[in-house]
Design a protein around this ligand. Structure first.
Ligand SMILES: Cc1cc2nc3c(=O)[nH]c(=O)nc-3n(C[C@H](O)[C@H](O)[C@H](O)COP(=O)(O)OP(=O)(O)OC[C@H]3O[C@@H](n4cnc5c(N)ncnc54)[C@H](O)[C@@H]3O)c2cc1C
Length: 433
């Protein structure tokens, strides 16, 4: 997109084409459609360094698919929707570029290799990156499961390690972090290794250890889910080291401690996967608005950022959503867990509030509620909670598939393309099941 053309109008700029950013631009475009006067005055601009939108909930599948014909290209086609396809026939301009930061006094977004992009309204939806918490050795020796490239890298690394260890008959994998990403990945690994054993006519024994600092896996989830997940993972032969912090790692072992003064225990590994936490992308730290200790932006209930100087209203047209926002649960007063659904809902609220500003109406507050969730745990088995209802097994797994299809439908104009993408994923990723 030609940035010179964009500067002629006032810009509403959304940074990041992830769950929050896409929900925000699509909602705002829909609202603005009926108001030619607003459309004449404002450009709606979406910026992302990548030209595709990633469906992260299937990354554990990408990292563990045994399908031989699944090249990186075919995997990408199954989990990534081209931004162009999402924005087709929409009044949204896309700028593909790396965001370096923002100048909120000058109201500009600073881009690598392109002129600064002026804005009237700005939405931060840049997601998060793996947090290593300064634990020695994690950055050097672990692979984080955060983005598509990571998942593809994990898949090829495990395959290589499998081949190296096939003669010795054992493959040890340590997973740091027992949240949803860590447990989903670990559970699916058994299927991956089983498939490789069948293919190569071997009997390599898989030893997976999940290390989790909290007293249980899936911290923050309800007791039913934690208990069922514990039972399922144990049945799959996965070792659960809960209440243990990773203290360091070297190229052969991950060291854990149950308490800071306790003796270290080393767990040898062939592959070390890190899913122990995320932090906001560092672009936010030079955003000029208040950030908390994990780098997320503090917002009010309208998803508006907060200025460090309470007397300045410099942040009033700046919003933060999804993994970029630190939003507190009104009941527990603790930051709400970052999920795709939360990002989507906050993106819609930010869109609504920008539009209400343009109409001269008061902004509306974001109301948090406990969204349904589903946690796939190997094969066609999952655990789900929808309101007060718990689902387990095949039904919950089917719900997981339905959620994906419904989401893909919701972001594209072409239902057939969405269906084809979902089907491609199902074909590739159910090879282990
Ligand atoms: C492996 C994995 C599994 C997950 N599973 C689930 C799940 O099952 N259910 C669930 O609800 N949540 C899940 N999540 C969490 C969910 O993915 C996030 O909470 C959600 O993506 C947050 O949305 P977002 O819009 O804030 O950011 P994202 O969706 O991460 O989007 C951020 C966008 O910003 C772009 N970007 C970042 N930095 C720059 C830059 N400097 N310049 C330009 N562009 C940039 C990125 O390319 C990206 O497109 C999972 C996450 C992971 C990693």
């Amino acid at each position: 997109m030609d940035i010179q053309r964009i500067v002629l109008k006032k810009n509403i700029v959304v940074l990041g084409a992830g769950f929050g950013g896409i929900a925000c631009v699509l909602r705002l475009e829909k609202l603005m459609r009926k108001y030619p006067a607003i459309r004449k005055t404002y450009n709606l601009v979406l910026v992302d360094k990548r030209n595709y939108h990633l469906y992260t909930p299937t990354l554990y599948d990408v990292a563990t698919t045994a399908a031989d014909d699944a090249s990186s290209v075919s995997i990408k086609k199954a989990v990534a929707t081209p931004t162009e396809e999402i924005l087709e026939r929409k009044n949204i301009q896309f700028v593909q570029g790396h965001i370096l930061g923002t100048d909120i006094k000058e109201k500009k977004v600073l881009l690598d290799d392109a002129p600064a992009l002026p804005y009237e309204y700005l939405v931060f939806a840049l997601g998060s990156e793996a947090a290593h918490f300064n634990i020695p050795g994690i950055k050097e020796h672990a692979i984080s499961l955060k983005w598509l490239d990571d998942a593809i890298h994990i898949r090829s690394t495990i395959r290589r390690k499998y081949e190296e260890k096939a003669e010795q008959g054992e493959l040890a994998i340590v997973v740091g972090g027992g949240g949803p990403t860590g447990v989903e990945f670990s559970a699916e690994l058994s299927g991956y290794i089983k498939e490789l054993n069948l293919k190569f006519k071997k009997a390599v024994k898989l030893i997976v250890t999940i290390v989790e600092g909290s007293p249980t896996i899936l911290p923050g989830f309800d007791l039913w889910t934690v208990t069922k997940a514990h039972k399922r993972l144990t049945a799959l032969g996965i070792h659960l080291k809960t209440g243990c912090m990773v203290s360091r790692a070297d190229d052969k072992a991950v060291f854990v401690k149950p308490s800071p003064d306790a003796a270290e225990e080393g767990i040898p590994y062939d592959s070390f996967i890190w899913s122990g936490g995320v932090q906001a992308v560092n672009v936010l730290s030079n955003g000029g608005v208040s950030v908390e200790k994990r780098g997320r932006m503090e917002t009010d209930s309208y998803m508006t950022c907060i200025s460090p100087d309470k007397h300045l209203d410099i942040a009033k047209n700046i919003f933060a959503i999804g993994d970029n926002a630190c939003f507190y649960d009104p009941e527990t007063h603790r930051p709400v867990a970052a999920t795709a659904r939360l990002a989507i809902e906050q993106g819609k609220v930010a869109a609504q509030n920008i539009f209400r500003d343009l109409l001269g109406k008061p902004r509306k507050a974001f109301t948090f509620w406990h969204y349904p969730y589903v946690i796939p745990l190997g094969g066609k088995y999952a655990l789900a909670k929808i309101g007060p209802v718990h689902l387990e097994g095949l039904l919950a797994w089917a719900f997981h598939e339905f959620v994906e299809l419904y989401y893909l439908w919701s972001i594209t104009n072409d239902n057939w393309k969405a269906l084809a993408r979902w089907w491609r994923g199902l074909e590739i990723f159910s090879k282990n099941d």
